[in-house]
Design a binder for this molecule. Structure first.
Ligand code: SAH
Ligand code: F3S
Length: 446
Protein backbone atom coordinates (compact mmCIF):
# COMPACT_ATOMS: atom_id res chain seq x y z
CA UNK A 1 0.00 0.00 0.00
CA UNK A 2 1.17 3.53 -0.76
CA UNK A 3 2.45 6.04 1.74
CA UNK A 4 0.66 9.18 2.82
CA UNK A 5 2.63 12.41 2.61
CA UNK A 6 1.87 15.68 4.35
CA UNK A 7 3.89 18.80 3.45
CA UNK A 8 3.59 21.99 5.45
CA UNK A 9 4.87 25.13 3.75
CA UNK A 10 6.14 28.31 5.36
CA UNK A 11 7.28 31.56 3.73
CA UNK A 12 7.58 32.74 0.17
CA UNK A 13 6.30 31.68 -3.26
CA UNK A 14 9.59 29.88 -3.91
CA UNK A 15 8.77 27.61 -1.01
CA UNK A 16 5.26 27.03 -2.35
CA UNK A 17 6.79 26.04 -5.67
CA UNK A 18 9.36 23.82 -3.94
CA UNK A 19 6.64 22.03 -1.92
CA UNK A 20 4.71 21.31 -5.07
CA UNK A 21 7.88 19.97 -6.68
CA UNK A 22 8.71 17.85 -3.62
CA UNK A 23 5.29 16.24 -3.92
CA UNK A 24 5.84 15.61 -7.65
CA UNK A 25 9.32 14.15 -7.01
CA UNK A 26 7.97 11.86 -4.30
CA UNK A 27 5.05 10.76 -6.47
CA UNK A 28 7.32 9.97 -9.40
CA UNK A 29 9.51 7.81 -7.12
CA UNK A 30 6.76 5.65 -5.62
CA UNK A 31 3.18 5.21 -4.55
CA UNK A 32 2.57 8.44 -2.65
CA UNK A 33 -0.74 10.03 -1.78
CA UNK A 34 -0.91 13.61 -0.58
CA UNK A 35 -2.85 14.19 2.67
CA UNK A 36 -3.78 17.47 4.29
CA UNK A 37 -3.45 16.79 8.03
CA UNK A 38 -0.32 15.56 9.85
CA UNK A 39 -2.39 13.01 11.80
CA UNK A 40 -3.09 10.97 8.64
CA UNK A 41 0.49 10.96 7.38
CA UNK A 42 3.28 8.36 7.18
CA UNK A 43 5.75 11.05 6.11
CA UNK A 44 5.68 14.67 7.23
CA UNK A 45 7.88 17.26 5.57
CA UNK A 46 8.19 20.83 6.85
CA UNK A 47 9.31 23.23 4.14
CA UNK A 48 10.63 26.01 6.33
CA UNK A 49 11.49 29.71 6.11
CA UNK A 50 14.18 31.60 8.02
CA UNK A 51 13.72 35.12 6.71
CA UNK A 52 12.81 36.41 10.17
CA UNK A 53 13.26 35.09 13.70
CA UNK A 54 9.68 34.16 14.41
CA UNK A 55 9.52 31.87 11.37
CA UNK A 56 12.21 29.64 12.90
CA UNK A 57 10.57 29.48 16.29
CA UNK A 58 7.33 28.48 14.59
CA UNK A 59 9.13 25.47 13.08
CA UNK A 60 10.48 24.34 16.43
CA UNK A 61 7.08 24.59 18.07
CA UNK A 62 5.52 22.67 15.18
CA UNK A 63 8.19 19.99 15.63
CA UNK A 64 7.26 19.81 19.31
CA UNK A 65 3.65 19.04 18.32
CA UNK A 66 4.73 16.48 15.73
CA UNK A 67 6.85 14.66 18.30
CA UNK A 68 3.60 13.65 20.00
CA UNK A 69 2.44 11.99 16.76
CA UNK A 70 5.80 10.24 16.43
CA UNK A 71 5.41 8.82 19.93
CA UNK A 72 2.06 7.33 18.90
CA UNK A 73 3.44 6.09 15.57
CA UNK A 74 7.17 5.24 15.64
CA UNK A 75 7.11 4.50 11.87
CA UNK A 76 6.25 8.11 11.10
CA UNK A 77 9.09 9.89 9.23
CA UNK A 78 9.63 13.58 9.85
CA UNK A 79 11.80 15.69 7.55
CA UNK A 80 12.80 19.34 7.79
CA UNK A 81 13.57 21.12 4.51
CA UNK A 82 13.82 24.72 3.33
CA UNK A 83 15.91 27.60 4.62
CA UNK A 84 15.84 26.79 8.37
CA UNK A 85 17.30 23.39 7.44
CA UNK A 86 20.21 25.00 5.57
CA UNK A 87 20.81 27.51 8.29
CA UNK A 88 20.57 25.20 11.28
CA UNK A 89 21.91 22.00 9.67
CA UNK A 90 22.32 19.18 12.18
CA UNK A 91 21.57 21.57 15.06
CA UNK A 92 17.97 20.58 14.32
CA UNK A 93 18.82 17.05 15.50
CA UNK A 94 20.08 18.58 18.76
CA UNK A 95 16.87 20.48 19.46
CA UNK A 96 14.57 17.83 17.91
CA UNK A 97 16.37 14.44 17.92
CA UNK A 98 13.27 12.63 16.66
CA UNK A 99 13.61 14.31 13.22
CA UNK A 100 14.63 11.75 10.54
CA UNK A 101 15.86 13.89 7.69
CA UNK A 102 17.27 17.36 7.02
CA UNK A 103 17.41 18.66 3.46
CA UNK A 104 17.77 22.10 1.86
CA UNK A 105 15.82 24.02 -0.80
CA UNK A 106 18.27 22.81 -3.45
CA UNK A 107 18.26 19.13 -2.46
CA UNK A 108 14.53 18.40 -2.39
CA UNK A 109 14.96 16.23 -5.51
CA UNK A 110 17.03 13.88 -3.35
CA UNK A 111 14.33 13.41 -0.67
CA UNK A 112 13.08 10.00 -1.91
CA UNK A 113 16.64 8.61 -1.85
CA UNK A 114 17.42 10.21 1.51
CA UNK A 115 14.26 8.72 2.99
CA UNK A 116 15.20 5.31 1.64
CA UNK A 117 18.63 5.54 3.28
CA UNK A 118 17.12 6.83 6.46
CA UNK A 119 16.84 3.39 8.02
CA UNK A 120 20.63 3.38 8.26
CA UNK A 121 21.66 7.03 8.64
CA UNK A 122 20.17 10.30 9.74
CA UNK A 123 20.80 12.37 6.64
CA UNK A 124 21.73 16.04 6.46
CA UNK A 125 21.98 17.28 2.89
CA UNK A 126 21.82 21.02 2.56
CA UNK A 127 24.23 21.49 -0.35
CA UNK A 128 23.54 23.67 -3.43
CA UNK A 129 23.39 21.44 -6.54
CA UNK A 130 20.98 23.85 -8.23
CA UNK A 131 21.49 22.61 -11.82
CA UNK A 132 20.85 19.06 -10.60
CA UNK A 133 17.63 20.28 -9.00
CA UNK A 134 16.44 21.87 -12.23
CA UNK A 135 17.45 18.83 -14.28
CA UNK A 136 15.73 16.33 -12.02
CA UNK A 137 12.44 18.13 -11.49
CA UNK A 138 9.57 16.43 -13.30
CA UNK A 139 7.23 18.51 -15.46
CA UNK A 140 4.53 19.77 -13.11
CA UNK A 141 0.86 18.88 -13.06
CA UNK A 142 -1.40 21.90 -12.99
CA UNK A 143 -3.73 22.23 -10.05
CA UNK A 144 -5.90 25.12 -11.11
CA UNK A 145 -5.78 28.00 -13.57
CA UNK A 146 -2.72 29.66 -12.01
CA UNK A 147 0.80 28.28 -11.64
CA UNK A 148 4.27 29.28 -10.51
CA UNK A 149 7.21 28.68 -12.82
CA UNK A 150 10.65 28.86 -11.20
CA UNK A 151 13.18 30.49 -13.51
CA UNK A 152 16.11 31.07 -11.18
CA UNK A 153 17.21 30.16 -7.69
CA UNK A 154 19.30 31.84 -5.03
CA UNK A 155 20.42 35.43 -4.75
CA UNK A 156 23.80 37.13 -5.21
CA UNK A 157 22.76 40.56 -3.98
CA UNK A 158 23.81 40.02 -0.37
CA UNK A 159 21.69 42.80 1.15
CA UNK A 160 23.26 43.29 4.57
CA UNK A 161 20.15 42.15 6.51
CA UNK A 162 19.16 39.14 4.46
CA UNK A 163 19.81 35.47 5.01
CA UNK A 164 18.70 34.24 1.56
CA UNK A 165 22.13 34.16 -0.19
CA UNK A 166 23.38 31.93 2.64
CA UNK A 167 20.38 29.60 2.74
CA UNK A 168 19.71 29.31 -1.00
CA UNK A 169 23.13 30.03 -2.45
CA UNK A 170 24.14 32.37 -5.26
CA UNK A 171 21.95 33.06 -8.29
CA UNK A 172 21.62 30.30 -10.87
CA UNK A 173 19.31 30.74 -13.87
CA UNK A 174 17.40 27.84 -15.32
CA UNK A 175 17.81 26.62 -18.89
CA UNK A 176 15.20 28.44 -21.05
CA UNK A 177 14.11 25.23 -22.77
CA UNK A 178 13.06 23.75 -19.41
CA UNK A 179 11.08 26.91 -18.72
CA UNK A 180 9.36 26.88 -22.11
CA UNK A 181 8.53 23.17 -21.76
CA UNK A 182 7.01 23.82 -18.36
CA UNK A 183 4.88 26.71 -19.64
CA UNK A 184 3.70 24.67 -22.63
CA UNK A 185 2.75 21.77 -20.38
CA UNK A 186 0.91 24.04 -17.94
CA UNK A 187 -1.04 25.80 -20.68
CA UNK A 188 -2.05 22.43 -22.17
CA UNK A 189 -3.47 21.60 -18.76
CA UNK A 190 -5.60 24.72 -18.68
CA UNK A 191 -3.36 27.16 -16.81
CA UNK A 192 -4.06 30.72 -17.95
CA UNK A 193 -1.92 32.70 -15.50
CA UNK A 194 1.72 32.03 -14.81
CA UNK A 195 3.94 33.71 -12.25
CA UNK A 196 7.65 33.52 -12.87
CA UNK A 197 9.28 33.07 -9.49
CA UNK A 198 12.82 33.48 -8.24
CA UNK A 199 14.41 35.05 -5.19
CA UNK A 200 15.69 37.74 -7.49
CA UNK A 201 13.61 36.97 -10.53
CA UNK A 202 14.58 39.86 -12.77
CA UNK A 203 18.28 38.96 -12.48
CA UNK A 204 17.51 36.00 -14.80
CA UNK A 205 20.27 35.64 -17.39
CA UNK A 206 21.04 32.73 -19.68
CA UNK A 207 23.49 32.63 -22.62
CA UNK A 208 21.61 31.47 -25.69
CA UNK A 209 22.49 31.70 -29.41
CA UNK A 210 25.26 34.20 -28.80
CA UNK A 211 23.34 36.55 -26.50
CA UNK A 212 22.00 36.70 -22.98
CA UNK A 213 18.35 35.80 -22.58
CA UNK A 214 16.68 37.89 -19.91
CA UNK A 215 13.35 37.95 -18.09
CA UNK A 216 12.01 40.25 -20.82
CA UNK A 217 12.62 37.48 -23.38
CA UNK A 218 10.83 34.90 -21.24
CA UNK A 219 7.86 37.25 -20.83
CA UNK A 220 7.66 37.80 -24.57
CA UNK A 221 7.71 34.06 -25.29
CA UNK A 222 5.21 33.27 -22.51
CA UNK A 223 2.88 35.97 -23.85
CA UNK A 224 2.83 34.24 -27.24
CA UNK A 225 1.87 30.83 -25.81
CA UNK A 226 -1.72 29.92 -26.61
CA UNK A 227 -3.89 29.99 -23.51
CA UNK A 228 -1.52 32.08 -21.35
CA UNK A 229 -3.53 35.19 -20.68
CA UNK A 230 -1.74 36.67 -17.70
CA UNK A 231 1.90 36.91 -16.67
CA UNK A 232 3.29 37.98 -13.30
CA UNK A 233 6.77 37.74 -11.84
CA UNK A 234 8.14 38.01 -8.32
CA UNK A 235 10.35 39.05 -6.51
CA UNK A 236 12.19 41.76 -8.35
CA UNK A 237 15.12 43.88 -7.31
CA UNK A 238 15.05 47.54 -8.43
CA UNK A 239 18.63 47.26 -9.72
CA UNK A 240 17.56 44.67 -12.30
CA UNK A 241 14.54 46.66 -13.49
CA UNK A 242 16.27 47.22 -16.84
CA UNK A 243 14.78 49.12 -19.79
CA UNK A 244 14.09 45.94 -21.79
CA UNK A 245 11.93 44.68 -18.90
CA UNK A 246 10.13 48.02 -18.52
CA UNK A 247 9.50 48.03 -22.30
CA UNK A 248 7.55 44.77 -21.90
CA UNK A 249 4.80 46.81 -20.22
CA UNK A 250 4.34 48.58 -23.57
CA UNK A 251 4.07 45.61 -25.87
CA UNK A 252 3.09 42.51 -23.87
CA UNK A 253 -0.60 42.89 -22.97
CA UNK A 254 -0.54 39.64 -20.97
CA UNK A 255 1.86 41.23 -18.48
CA UNK A 256 -0.35 42.49 -15.62
CA UNK A 257 -0.49 46.14 -14.59
CA UNK A 258 0.87 45.34 -11.16
CA UNK A 259 4.44 45.00 -9.94
CA UNK A 260 5.86 44.06 -6.57
CA UNK A 261 9.11 46.01 -6.26
CA UNK A 262 10.64 45.94 -2.77
CA UNK A 263 12.22 49.25 -1.77
CA UNK A 264 12.87 48.51 1.96
CA UNK A 265 13.52 52.14 2.98
CA UNK A 266 13.09 55.71 1.76
CA UNK A 267 16.37 56.92 3.29
CA UNK A 268 19.54 56.90 1.19
CA UNK A 269 21.73 56.44 4.29
CA UNK A 270 19.77 53.34 5.31
CA UNK A 271 19.68 52.01 1.74
CA UNK A 272 23.49 52.24 1.69
CA UNK A 273 23.75 50.43 5.03
CA UNK A 274 21.35 47.80 3.70
CA UNK A 275 23.61 47.43 0.66
CA UNK A 276 20.69 47.78 -1.71
CA UNK A 277 22.85 49.57 -4.32
CA UNK A 278 20.22 52.08 -5.41
CA UNK A 279 19.05 55.41 -4.11
CA UNK A 280 15.60 56.74 -3.43
CA UNK A 281 16.00 58.88 -6.55
CA UNK A 282 16.87 55.95 -8.83
CA UNK A 283 13.93 53.98 -7.39
CA UNK A 284 11.62 56.90 -8.19
CA UNK A 285 13.03 57.10 -11.73
CA UNK A 286 12.14 53.44 -12.27
CA UNK A 287 8.61 54.04 -11.02
CA UNK A 288 8.25 57.01 -13.37
CA UNK A 289 9.43 54.90 -16.34
CA UNK A 290 6.97 52.14 -15.41
CA UNK A 291 4.08 54.61 -15.27
CA UNK A 292 5.10 55.95 -18.66
CA UNK A 293 5.28 52.47 -20.18
CA UNK A 294 2.00 51.33 -18.60
CA UNK A 295 -0.22 54.16 -17.33
CA UNK A 296 -2.16 53.13 -14.23
CA UNK A 297 0.26 50.38 -13.18
CA UNK A 298 0.04 49.62 -9.44
CA UNK A 299 3.23 49.17 -7.43
CA UNK A 300 3.44 47.23 -4.18
CA UNK A 301 6.53 46.89 -2.04
CA UNK A 302 8.35 45.51 1.00
CA UNK A 303 9.62 47.69 3.85
CA UNK A 304 11.84 47.13 6.86
CA UNK A 305 11.52 49.44 9.86
CA UNK A 306 14.00 49.71 12.71
CA UNK A 307 17.12 48.75 10.78
CA UNK A 308 20.00 49.17 13.30
CA UNK A 309 20.74 52.88 13.89
CA UNK A 310 17.74 54.04 11.81
CA UNK A 311 16.93 57.51 13.10
CA UNK A 312 13.41 58.85 13.40
CA UNK A 313 14.18 61.30 10.60
CA UNK A 314 15.27 58.44 8.34
CA UNK A 315 12.07 56.58 9.17
CA UNK A 316 10.07 59.70 8.19
CA UNK A 317 11.80 59.57 4.80
CA UNK A 318 10.25 56.14 4.31
CA UNK A 319 6.79 57.54 5.10
CA UNK A 320 7.49 60.36 2.70
CA UNK A 321 8.39 57.88 -0.07
CA UNK A 322 5.14 55.97 0.56
CA UNK A 323 3.22 59.22 0.15
CA UNK A 324 5.09 60.00 -3.04
CA UNK A 325 4.71 56.60 -4.73
CA UNK A 326 1.31 55.81 -3.16
CA UNK A 327 2.02 52.09 -3.02
CA UNK A 328 -0.70 49.50 -3.31
CA UNK A 329 -1.01 46.54 -0.88
CA UNK A 330 2.47 46.17 0.63
CA UNK A 331 4.35 44.21 3.25
CA UNK A 332 6.28 45.76 6.10
CA UNK A 333 8.41 44.14 8.76
CA UNK A 334 10.34 44.96 11.89
CA UNK A 335 14.04 44.35 11.27
CA UNK A 336 15.15 41.01 12.60
CA UNK A 337 18.87 40.24 13.05
CA UNK A 338 19.79 37.13 11.07
CA UNK A 339 22.79 35.06 12.13
CA UNK A 340 25.80 35.41 9.83
CA UNK A 341 24.57 38.58 8.05
CA UNK A 342 26.66 41.81 8.15
CA UNK A 343 23.79 43.85 9.63
CA UNK A 344 23.64 41.54 12.64
CA UNK A 345 27.02 42.98 13.68
CA UNK A 346 25.74 46.58 13.78
CA UNK A 347 24.63 47.63 17.24
CA UNK A 348 20.85 47.67 17.35
CA UNK A 349 20.06 50.82 19.32
CA UNK A 350 16.30 51.05 18.78
CA UNK A 351 13.88 49.77 21.42
CA UNK A 352 11.23 47.21 20.45
CA UNK A 353 8.60 49.73 21.48
CA UNK A 354 9.93 52.30 19.06
CA UNK A 355 10.12 49.69 16.27
CA UNK A 356 6.52 48.66 16.88
CA UNK A 357 5.38 52.28 16.77
CA UNK A 358 7.19 52.83 13.46
CA UNK A 359 5.66 49.68 12.02
CA UNK A 360 2.20 50.73 13.13
CA UNK A 361 2.58 54.18 11.63
CA UNK A 362 3.87 52.80 8.33
CA UNK A 363 1.18 50.14 8.10
CA UNK A 364 -1.57 52.64 8.82
CA UNK A 365 -0.33 54.78 5.96
CA UNK A 366 0.00 51.79 3.59
CA UNK A 367 -3.45 50.47 4.55
CA UNK A 368 -4.94 53.87 3.70
CA UNK A 369 -3.64 53.69 0.11
CA UNK A 370 -4.71 50.07 -0.24
CA UNK A 371 -8.23 50.94 0.90
CA UNK A 372 -8.36 53.96 -1.36
CA UNK A 373 -7.43 51.87 -4.40
CA UNK A 374 -10.05 49.26 -3.49
CA UNK A 375 -12.71 51.94 -3.09
CA UNK A 376 -11.70 53.50 -6.41
CA UNK A 377 -12.62 50.17 -8.01
CA UNK A 378 -16.24 50.42 -6.85
CA UNK A 379 -18.45 50.95 -9.89
CA UNK A 380 -15.69 50.02 -12.38
CA UNK A 381 -15.50 46.93 -14.58
CA UNK A 382 -12.42 44.77 -13.92
CA UNK A 383 -11.03 41.94 -16.01
CA UNK A 384 -10.80 39.06 -13.54
CA UNK A 385 -9.31 35.59 -13.76
CA UNK A 386 -11.78 33.08 -12.33
CA UNK A 387 -9.78 31.05 -9.81
CA UNK A 388 -12.35 28.87 -8.03
CA UNK A 389 -15.20 28.78 -5.58
CA UNK A 390 -15.50 31.55 -3.03
CA UNK A 391 -13.73 30.56 0.21
CA UNK A 392 -16.51 31.55 2.60
CA UNK A 393 -19.57 30.82 0.49
CA UNK A 394 -19.39 27.99 -1.99
CA UNK A 395 -22.50 29.13 -3.82
CA UNK A 396 -20.36 31.96 -5.19
CA UNK A 397 -17.20 32.06 -7.25
CA UNK A 398 -13.94 33.87 -6.87
CA UNK A 399 -11.69 35.73 -9.25
CA UNK A 400 -8.63 37.96 -9.16
CA UNK A 401 -8.17 41.43 -10.57
CA UNK A 402 -4.92 42.40 -12.28
CA UNK A 403 -3.73 43.95 -9.03
CA UNK A 404 -4.40 40.56 -7.40
CA UNK A 405 -7.44 41.53 -5.36
CA UNK A 406 -9.92 38.76 -4.61
CA UNK A 407 -13.39 39.36 -6.11
CA UNK A 408 -16.37 37.25 -5.04
CA UNK A 409 -19.34 37.12 -7.38
CA UNK A 410 -22.66 35.29 -7.69
CA UNK A 411 -22.29 32.64 -10.32
CA UNK A 412 -21.60 28.98 -10.38
CA UNK A 413 -20.52 27.23 -13.49
CA UNK A 414 -17.33 25.32 -13.28
CA UNK A 415 -16.75 25.89 -17.04
CA UNK A 416 -15.77 29.49 -16.35
CA UNK A 417 -12.85 28.40 -14.14
CA UNK A 418 -9.60 29.74 -15.61
CA UNK A 419 -11.30 32.22 -17.95
CA UNK A 420 -11.01 35.97 -17.88
CA UNK A 421 -14.32 37.70 -17.25
CA UNK A 422 -15.39 41.31 -16.93
CA UNK A 423 -16.79 41.85 -13.47
CA UNK A 424 -18.45 45.00 -12.25
CA UNK A 425 -17.26 45.81 -8.74
CA UNK A 426 -20.17 46.64 -6.43
CA UNK A 427 -18.42 46.93 -3.12
CA UNK A 428 -14.92 47.10 -1.64
CA UNK A 429 -14.49 45.23 1.65
CA UNK A 430 -11.36 45.27 3.82
CA UNK A 431 -9.70 42.26 2.16
CA UNK A 432 -11.81 41.50 -0.88
CA UNK A 433 -14.23 42.92 -3.42
CA UNK A 434 -17.78 41.98 -4.36
CA UNK A 435 -19.09 42.12 -7.88
CA UNK A 436 -21.23 40.67 -10.62
CA UNK A 437 -20.53 39.43 -14.12
CA UNK A 438 -20.65 42.20 -16.67
CA UNK A 439 -19.15 40.81 -19.87
CA UNK A 440 -21.54 40.66 -22.79
CA UNK A 441 -19.73 37.73 -24.38
CA UNK A 442 -20.56 35.62 -21.34
CA UNK A 443 -24.14 36.78 -20.90
CA UNK A 444 -25.32 33.57 -22.58
CA UNK A 445 -23.89 31.66 -19.62
CA UNK A 446 -25.87 33.55 -17.00
N1 SAH B 1 14.29 39.28 -3.12
C1 SAH B 1 13.54 40.23 -2.40
C2 SAH B 1 13.45 39.95 -0.93
C3 SAH B 1 13.09 38.60 -0.46
S1 SAH B 1 12.83 38.49 1.29
C4 SAH B 1 14.11 41.66 -2.66
O1 SAH B 1 14.56 41.93 -3.72
O2 SAH B 1 14.06 42.52 -1.82
C5 SAH B 1 11.20 39.22 1.48
C6 SAH B 1 11.20 40.42 2.34
O3 SAH B 1 11.48 40.09 3.69
C7 SAH B 1 12.25 41.46 1.99
O4 SAH B 1 11.87 42.25 0.90
C8 SAH B 1 12.39 42.24 3.26
O5 SAH B 1 11.48 43.32 3.31
C9 SAH B 1 12.03 41.22 4.34
N2 SAH B 1 13.23 40.82 5.09
C10 SAH B 1 14.30 40.16 4.63
N3 SAH B 1 15.22 39.99 5.62
C11 SAH B 1 14.72 40.59 6.71
C12 SAH B 1 15.20 40.78 8.04
N4 SAH B 1 16.39 40.36 8.42
N5 SAH B 1 14.39 41.43 8.91
C13 SAH B 1 13.18 41.90 8.54
N6 SAH B 1 12.69 41.77 7.30
C14 SAH B 1 13.43 41.11 6.39
FE1 F3S C 1 17.60 39.05 0.18
FE2 F3S C 1 18.38 41.24 -0.96
FE3 F3S C 1 18.46 38.96 -2.27
S1 F3S C 1 16.59 41.03 0.33
S2 F3S C 1 16.79 37.77 -1.42
S3 F3S C 1 19.68 39.48 -0.51
S4 F3S C 1 17.86 40.95 -3.09
Amino acid sequence: MGKKLYIKTYGCQMNEYDSKMTLEVMQSSGDIQEVFTPEEADIILLNTCSIREKAEEKVYSELGRLNKLKKQNPHLKIGVGGCVATQEGDNIYKRAPFVDLIYGPQTLQRVPKLLEENNKIKAVDVSFPIEEKFDLLPLPTADGPTAFVSIMEGCSKYCSFCVVPYTRGDEVSRHPQQIFDEIARLSEQGVSEITFVGQNVNAYEYPHNGRLLRLSDLIEVAGSVDGIERIRYTTSHPLDMTDDLIECYKYVPELVSHLHLPVQSGSNEILTKMKRNYTRETYLEIIAKLHKARPGIKISSDFIVGFPQETHKQFLETLDLVNEVQFDASYSFIYSARPGTPAAKIEDNISMNEKKERLYELQTLLDGFQRKYSQNLEGTVQRCLVTGLSKKDNTRMQGRTECNRVVNFDFQKIEILGTLLDIKINKALAHSLQGHIFAKEHSSLT
